[in-house]
Design a protein around this ligand. Structure first.
Ligand code: ADP
Ligand code: MG
Length: 271
C-alpha cells in the first residue's frame, strides 16, 4: 500500500478535546525485565509533558512505545482517539496494521539525544528527505518549507553544509527542523540537550520553548529540570517503570509529595 492512498491526516483537524497521544495501562518487558508496569499518559493538543526520572526508569522506552518503535505487551496506545490495533498477545503482541503504524509514526516526529542526522547528506537534504520519500510530497514545496524552518531555528545559513561542519547545538536544531518538516501532530524529544555543552544547550532550549509557546504538543524526556519547569504544563516522574508522581511543574518541583521524588530532585535541582 502506498502512503498516498492513505487518508490525509493533515486534512482533518481533530477536536481539541481528543488527546493527541493516549497511553493506558502500558506494560513493556525486555525478556524477563519488566520496564513499564502499567503506565498512563495523556497528551492533549498543545500540551507539553516532561518525563523525568533516574536513568533506567523507563523514560526512553515509554517514548519509543508512543511512536511504536517498541512493541509492548499489554495496554492501549491511542493516537488522536484511534487505538492501535494489535494481533497476538503478551510477548507475541504486535501491531496488526503496518499502514496504521506508518501513519502514526509519521505524525509523531522524534528528536534524539545524538541528533541522528545523516552524515552523508547536507542539512537541507536531511530536512527534506522524509517528507519527499516517505510522504511523497513535492520536492520544491518541501524545500521551501525546510528553508523556512532552518531560518526559524536560527541556522538558515547552514542549509548546504554537512552535519560534521556544525556544532552540536546547530546539529540538534537541524534535527528539530527535520522533525518539524514532517508537519507532525506531536514532537517527541529524548534528552534533546544531554549531549551538549551548557552554552550550546541554551540555544536548543530556546527553540524548544518557542515551540511550546506556539502551542505544539510535545513529550520531552529530559534530565534538565529547568527545561522541564520552564516549558511543561505537566511533569511525570517515572520510577522503576511506574508513575510515582505527576502534576503541574509548580507542584512537582515546588512541593513534591513522594520521598523518591524529593530524593531525585535533591540530586538534580533546576539550574
Ligand atoms: P531511561 O530512558 O529512563 O534511562 P530506558 O527506557 O532506556 O530508561 O531503559 C529502561 C530499562 O530497560 C533499563 O533497565 C534498560 O537497561 C532496559 N533496556 C532498554 N532498552 C533495552 C533493550 N533494547 N533491550 C534490553 N533492555 C533494554
Ligand atoms: Mg533514556
Amino acid at each position: 500500500m502506498t502512503q498516498s492512498s492513505q487518508p490525509s491526516l493533515a486534512a482533518t483537524k481533530p477536536a481539541d478535546d481528543v488527546p493527541v497521544i493516549e497511553i493506558r495501562g502500558l506494560h513493556k518487558a525486555y525478556g524477563s525485565l519488566e520496564v513499564l508496569k502499567g503506565v498512563d499518559v495523556r497528551a492533549m493538543p498543545g500540551q507539553v509533558i516532561s518525563l523525568i526520572g533516574s536513568s533506567g526508569s523507563g523514560k526512553s522506552t515509554l517514548l519509543r512505545c508512543c511512536n511504536l518503535l517498541e512493541d509492548s505487551q499489554q495496554g492501549d496506545i491511542l493516537f488522536e482517539g484511534e487505538a492501535v490495533r494489535w494481533r497476538g498477545t503478551g510477548l507475541h503482541r504486535q501491531p496488526a496494521s503496518h499502514a496504521q503504524v506508518q501513519r502514526i509514526r509519521t505524525n509523531l516526529s522524534m528528536v534524539f539525544q545524538n541528533f541522528n542526522l545523516w552524515s552523508h547528506m547536507t542539512v537541507l537534504q536531511n530536512v527534506i528527505e522524509a517528507p519527499v520519500t516517505v510522504l511523497r510530497q513535492d520536492r520544491r514545496t518541501v524545500e521551501a518549507r525546510a528553508r523556512a524552518l532552518l531560518d526559524k531555528v536560527g541556522i538558515g545559513d547552514k542549509a548546504d553544509v554537512y552535519p560534521a561542519q556544525m556544532s552540536g547545538g546547530q546539529q540538534q536544531r537541524a534535527a528539530i527542523a527535520r522533525a518539524l518538516c514532517m508537519e507532525p501532530r506531536a514532537l517527541l524529544f529524548d534528552e534533546p540537550t544531554s549531549a551538549l555543552d551548557p552554552e550550546l544547550e541554551q540555544e536548543v532550549v530556546r527553540v524548544i520553548k518557542a515551540l511550546a509557546d506556539e502551542g505544539r504538543t510535545m513529550l520531552i524526556v529530559t534530565h534538565d529540570m529547568r527545561l522541564a519547569a520552564d516549558v511543561s504544563d505537566h511533569v511525570i516522574f517515572l520510577h522503576r517503570g511506574l508513575i510515582e508522581e505527576e502534576g503541574p511543574p509548580e507542584m512537582l518541583f515546588g512541593a513534591p509529595r513522594s520521598e523518591r521524588l524529593r530524593q531525585f530532585l535533591s540530586h538534580s535541582q533546576p539550574g
